[in-house]
Design a protein around this ligand. Structure first.
Ligand SMILES: Cc1cc2nc3c(=O)[nH]c(=O)nc-3n(C[C@H](O)[C@H](O)[C@H](O)COP(=O)(O)OP(=O)(O)OC[C@H]3O[C@@H](n4cnc5c(N)ncnc54)[C@H](O)[C@@H]3O)c2cc1C
Length: 454
C-alpha cells in the first residue's frame, strides 16, 4: 500500500470508529447509503480529506479564519520596510502594552516604563531625519505605525502622536538650526519627551483667533501668562511647546518651556472617560520666564502652528482606522466563540450584518487613509483632503466601535473584553485635532468656494 492510500485509510478508519451504528441505521432508512458509499469510494485524496474535515466534530473551530481587519490587503500595498515596521509595532503592542493597558486605564495613568521599550523600537527615525526633514514615505509609515498602535490601544498612539507629531514638528518647523540641532536628536531618541500646548480653557476650535495666553519681551527673555487645557504628556514631559500671543505685535509665537521652570504648573486632568491612559494636563503660566533662545525662531505667526497641525492631521485620521480595526477584530473573534441558543453568535444573520458593516467601514477607511498619506508624501495633500479623512474616519470609527460593542452584549461594557476601551476612546478622536464640525466646514468651504465659518 502506498503512502497516499495509507493516509486515506487511516482517516476513513478514524471516521468509522466515530460512527454511531444506531444513527447509521436511521440514516439508511432516509438515504441510499450504498450509493453514497459507492460515491465516496470514487473520491480522490483531496475530496476524502475534505469530507473527513467536514465530518470531524472539531472542524468548525479549526477552519474558522483568523480574525483580521485587513480584508483588501493593505499590507500588500506597502513596502517591505513598512511591513516590517508594522510587524515590529504589532509585536510591541501585543506583548508590552496589551498585558498592562487595563490596569493603567483603571489607574488613569501613563505607563512610563514603556518609554525605554519604545526607544528600542526606534520608530522616530522611520519618519524624521535628524535635521528635521521627513523621510520620503513618512506619512504612510507614520500612518501604519499609528494604525497598529490604535488597533490595541489608542492612548499609546496619542502619546506617540503628541511627542513625534505635534511637539517634534513644532521644533522641526518652528526652530532654527541651533534649536533643531539641540532638541531633535534627543527627541528622536525619546530621551527628551515633548508636549504641545495650544488649546486653552476658553479657546478650543476658535484658538487661532481667540488665543489668550500672552508673551511679553523682557530683556533677553519672555514672560508668559495664561492657561492651557488638555495638553497631552505635559504631566511628565521634559519640554512643552507653548503657543502665546506676543503683546507687542499680536502674533502667535512658540516657546519651548522646560519642565521645572518657575511659574509653569501642570495639574493632571482627572475623571476622563476616554483615553484614560493619556495624561492630559491643565497648565497655568504665571509670570513664567523663558529665555529668548527658547523662543522658536521661525515660528513668527499662527501660520507655523497651522503647518504643524496640518502635518499631524492625517495621523489622527489613521487613529480612527486602527481603533475601528481593533474593535472589529475583537467582535469577530467574540462572534466565533460566544454561543447562544446552541450556536456561535457569528452564525446569526444579524451579527453577521454587524460584522460586514464594520468590515466595510474599516476597509474604506484604510484605503482612504493610504491614499491621503500617499498624497501627503507626494506633496499634493491640501487641508481639505486631510479634513475629509478626519471627518470620515472619526464618524465611521464611532459607528464601528458601537456595532462592535453591541455584538458583545453586556460583556461589551467590561474593560476585560477590550472593546469598551475602543468605544470610549473614539469619543476623543472625534473631538480633537479639529472637531468633526470644524473639519466639515473646512471641506465644505473647499468644495463650494463658500465659507460657512462664523
Ligand atoms: C483627549 C484630548 C487630548 C487633547 N490633547 C491636546 C494637546 O495635546 N494639545 C492641545 O493643544 N490640545 C489638545 N486637545 C484639545 C482639542 O484640540 C480641543 O478639544 C478641540 O480643538 C476642540 O475644542 P473644545 O474642546 O474647546 O471644543 P469647542 O471649540 O468648545 O467646541 C464645542 C462644540 O462646538 C462646535 N463648534 C465650535 N465652533 C464651531 C463653529 N464655528 N461652527 C460649528 N460648530 C462649532 C464644536 O465642533 C464642538 O462640537 C485635546 C483634547 C482632548 C479631548
Amino acid at each position: 500500500m502506498d503512502a497516499t492510500k495509507d493516509s486515506a485509510t487511516a482517516q476513513a478508519a478514524g471516521l468509522l470508529a466515530q460512527l454511531d451504528m444506531d444513527k447509521l441505521a436511521q440514516l439508511a432508512q432516509r438515504i441510499d447509503l450504498p450509493a453514497l458509499l459507492n460515491a465516496a469510494s470514487q473520491m480522490n485524496e483531496g475530496q476524502l480529506k475534505q469530507l473527513a474535515r467536514t465530518l470531524s466534530p472539531a472542524s468548525k473551530e479549526r477552519d474558522l479564519p483568523a480574525p483580521h481587519g485587513d480584508f483588501y490587503g493593505l499590507m500588500d500595498m506597502l513596502s517591505e520596510r513598512q511591513r516590517e515596521i508594522a510587524a515590529r509595532v504589532r509585536h510591541f503592542m501585543e506583548t508590552e502594552v496589551a498585558p498592562i493597558m487595563n490596569e493603567y486605564w483603571s489607574r488613569d495613568e501613563f505607563p512610563r516604563q514603556l518609554i525605554p521599550k519604545m526607544r528600542e523600537l526606534n520608530l522616530m527615525r522611520e519618519i524624521w531625519n535628524d535635521d528635521g526633514t521627513r523621510t520620503p514615505d513618512a506619512s504612510v509609515t507614520e500612518g501604519i505605525i499609528i494604525m497598529e498602535m490604535c488597533r490595541v490601544d489608542v492612548s499609546t498612539a496619542v502619546f506617540f502622536g503628541v511627542h513625534a507629531g505635534l511637539a517634534l514638528a513644532s521644533v522641526a518647523l518652528g526652530g532654527d538650526e541651533r534649536q533643531r540641532a539641540e532638541l531633535l536628536p534627543p527627541m528622536l531618541d525619546l530621551d527628551v519627551i515633548g508636549a504641545f500646548g495650544l488649546t486653552e480653557p476658553e479657546g478650543g476650535s476658535q484658538v487661532s483667533q481667540g488665543l489668550r495666553t500672552t508673551a511679553r519681551r523682557d530683556g533677553d527673555s519672555w514672560i508668559l501668562n495664561g492657561e492651557k487645557k488638555w495638553i497631552g504628556n505635559s504631566t511628565f514631559s521634559d519640554i512643552t511647546v507653548i503657543w502665546a500671543r506676543d503683546e507687542a505685535d499680536q502674533q502667535v509665537k512658540g516657546f519651548v518651556v522646560r519642565a521645572g521652570t518657575p511659574g509653569f504648573e501642570v495639574e493632571k486632568i482627572q475623571g476622563k472617560v476616554a483615553l484614560r491612559i493619556v495624561e492630559n494636563g491643565h497648565i497655568r503660566l504665571q509670570n513664567c520666564r523663558v529665555p529668548e533662545s527658547d523662543r522658536l525662531q521661525q515660528a513668527t505667526s499662527f501660520r507655523t502652528t497651522a503647518d504643524v497641525l496640518r502635518l499631524t492631521r492625517a495621523g489622527v485620521a489613521w487613529q480612527g482606522v486602527g481603533c475601528a480595526m481593533g474593535a472589529y477584530e475583537l467582535a469577530l473573534s467574540y462572534a466565533q466563540t460566544r454561543e447562544q441558543f446552541g450556536k456561535k453568535i457569528g452564525a446569526f444573520q444579524l451579527i453577521q450584518n454587524h460584522l460586514v458593516h464594520m468590515l466595510g467601514n474599516v476597509t474604506a477607511m484604510q484605503m482612504l487613509c493610504l491614499r491621503l498619506s500617499q498624497m501627503e508624501d507626494a506633496g499634493t495633500m491640501r487641508d481639505q483632503h486631510a479634513a475629509l479623512a478626519k471627518v470620515f474616519t472619526a464618524a465611521r470609527c464611532r459607528e464601528t466601535v458601537a456595532l462592535a460593542r453591541e455584538s458583545f452584549g453586556g460583556n461589551g461594557i467590561l474593560l476585560e473584553y477590550g472593546v469598551a476601551k475602543h468605544f470610549c476612546d473614539t469619543e476623543a478622536i472625534y473631538s480633537y485635532e479639529g472637531t468633526n464640525e470644524i473639519n466639515t466646514l473646512v471641506v465644505g468651504r473647499a468644495i463650494t468656494g463658500l465659507s460657512a465659518f462664523v
